[in-house]
Design a protein around this ligand. Structure first.
Ligand SMILES: Nc1ncnc2c1ncn2[C@@H]1O[C@H](COP(=O)(O)OP(=O)(O)O)[C@@H](O)[C@H]1O
Ligand SMILES: [Mg+2]
Length: 415
């Protein structure tokens, strides 16, 4: 891949001293090239368009237009450029707005050298991949409705699964959808739990239609039908396809129909995220079968680990390649003796993303029906979601990557 490529960096900050300090900090990185420095938001936008940097270090508070507005414009004008925001303090409100504007990462001023270099390198790699992708892939034409017009053709299906209930599938599916959604990479979230789907509750919405309306027409779907049946979640911009409203309707959707619907959604959305049921129903099996990426969730609890083990053992008979798996630990508590590294080693399955236990953030968000990636923020859980989306974008942007099962390397806990 393009790892050895030079990372072009643009600095946007109204204070000359800050620009100079950043320059000095970065000058020893052989693969970094400072291509320019802008003194305000307007200049930042102009330079971004001219220089097409890979990474933009963006101040928030600037005299004319602020860094968030500049971020929004740059994301549209130079989509592959990745923006790292520099804030004076980690204000959750700023972070949320910056995130919605399309920023990739946040650093608190003054950042440590390692922090800054790490963030730039991650963003730089992503920029190189995005640049590659836009060379030969689709473009979404803006439509008049909330649904993207034109076809993406190869949107990716990501299923969030765990054989154990209560490990956080719905929590993660909902917040991942919000975190991945961008204008240029739209997301649809599908409730894959036919009996007790609760995605709509997590979003505090009531669905008028559901998968039940699509299943009988799975052979003859068109864009209008999809538009009618899915619901826009205004606050985040994602679209949502609800589960049947009552458990007894579950039987009216079979696995083939469900997979056909998912496949059709690929045409319009970059990411189709499915919140699966824990039981291996016909619908769950079809979902897993048709997924580009299967997120297998576990926690530090023995029953969850045991069930994950049983599921991993099932992969071979089900003919599911481990390469499609993304093993994630949720509710991580460092006080618990069962360490992610050990689980990973034991399962011979790389465990790259660990999401911390953050009851104070997660519970109120669920009860209010506002995904925490939109609202209340805790630095560590938010950062873990940024790592998660980065990992997913990386995994899914390499179409014929033939990664063998890797020996677990470093497990990183964001935060
Ligand atoms: N990272 C986390 N930290 C704290 N609590 C969490 C976390 N993830 C999930 N939870 C809690 O776990 C419970 C189950 O989550 P849910 O998403 O409904 O799981 P599932 O869909 O797998 O059944 C919820 O009460 C939620 O608040
Ligand atoms: Mg659930």
């Amino acid at each position: 891949m393009s790892n050895e490529e030079v990372i072009k960096v643009l600095i946007v900050d109204d204070i000359a001293e800050t620009r100079e300090n950043i320059r000095k900090l970065l000058q020893f990185e052989a693969d970094f090239e400072i291509v320019g420095a802008a003194r305000n938001g307007y200049e930042g936008i102009e330079l971004a368009k001219d220089l097409e940097p890979d990474v933009i270090l963006m101040d928030i508070n600037m005299p004319d237009i602020d860094g968030i507005t500049a971020t929004e414009t740059i994301r549209q004008e130079v989509p592959h450029s990745q923006i790292v925001i520099l804030t004076v303090q980690a204000d959750p409100n700023y972070m949320r707005r910056a995130m919605l504007a399309g920023a990739r990462d946040f650093l608190t001023k003054p950042p440590s050298v390692d922090e800054m270099i790490g963030a730039i390198r991650r963003a730089g790699e992503l920029a190189h991949e995005e640049r590659e992708k836009t060379k030969n892939v689709y473009s979404v034409k803006p439509g008049n409705g909330s649904m993207p017009v034109g076809t993406l053709k190869d949107g990716k299906i990501i299923s969030v699964f765990s054989p154990k209930g209560g490990v956080g599938k719905t929590t993660i599916a909902v917040n991942l959808a919000v975190a991945l959604h961008r204008k240029e990479t739209p997301v649809v979230l599908v409730d894959g739990n036919m009996e007790f789907g609760d995605v709509m509750v997590f979003l505090n919405k009531q669905a008028k239609n559901s998968i039940v309306d699509l299943a009988p027409r799975a052979d003859e779907l068109d864009q209008d039908v999809i538009e009618e049946v899915t619901m826009l979640h205004q606050e985040s911009g994602i679209k949502v396809l609800a589960a049947p409203s009552r458990p007894e309707f579950a039987e009216s959707v079979n696995g083939d129909q469900f997979a056909q619907v998912l496949d059709f959604l690929r045409n319009f959305y970059s990411y189709v995220i499915v919140d699966c049921s824990s039981s291996l129903t016909d619908v769950t099996l079809s979902t897993i079968d048709t997924s580009d990426l299967i997120m297998l969730l576990t926690t530090q609890e023995i029953p969850a680990i045991k069930d994950s083990r049983l599921f991993l053992d099932l992969l071979q008979p089900l003919k599911i390649n481990r390469e499609r798996l993304l093993f994630v630990m949720n509710k991580y508590d460092k006080r618990v003796a069962i360490k992610p590294e050990k689980v990973s080693e034991n399962f011979k399955q790389e465990l790259k993303v660990v999401i911390p236990f953050e009851e104070k953030v997660v519970l109120p968000a669920i009860n209010r029906g506002v995904p925490f990636m939109l609202g209340e923020k805790s630095k560590s859980i938010t950062r873990s979601f940024i790592s998660l989306t980065e990992e997913i974008r990386k995994r899914l942007s390499a179409p014929d990557k033939k990664t063998a099962v890797e020996v677990p390397e470093k497990v990183s806990v964001a935060g």
